[in-house]
Design a protein around this ligand. Structure first.
Ligand SMILES: [Zn+2]
Length: 83
């Protein structure tokens, strides 16, 4: 049992209440739970996007940077390779 704010008047009602005892609105906690579900979905979506961006960043970092390093180091390596 937990109390939530009524979607109509904001009065504290039980989540299992079928109607708000103050204003009589039906399913006073319904909109709150839907909002919570939406918030949870938004958080999951954000985490997925952050993870994707993170993996993309790591991929770019691991593929692009060594390529650039190799390109920059190669002439020196050839010079050192020929005594
Ligand atoms: Zn109410």
């Amino acid at each position: 049992m937990s109390l939530v704010a009524c979607r109509a008047c904001g009065h504290q009602v039980d989540t299992s209440a079928l109607a708000c005892p103050k204003c009589g609105a039906t399913d006073p906690a319904k909109k709150i739970s839907r909002q919570r579900r939406d918030a949870r979905n938004s958080i999951i979506l954000a985490v997925v996007w952050i993870t994707l961006l993170g993996f993309t960043g790591v991929y770019v970092w691991n593929t692009l940077i060594p390529t650039v390093k190799q390109y920059l180091v190669k002439p020196q390596g050839e010079a050192v390779g020929r005594p």
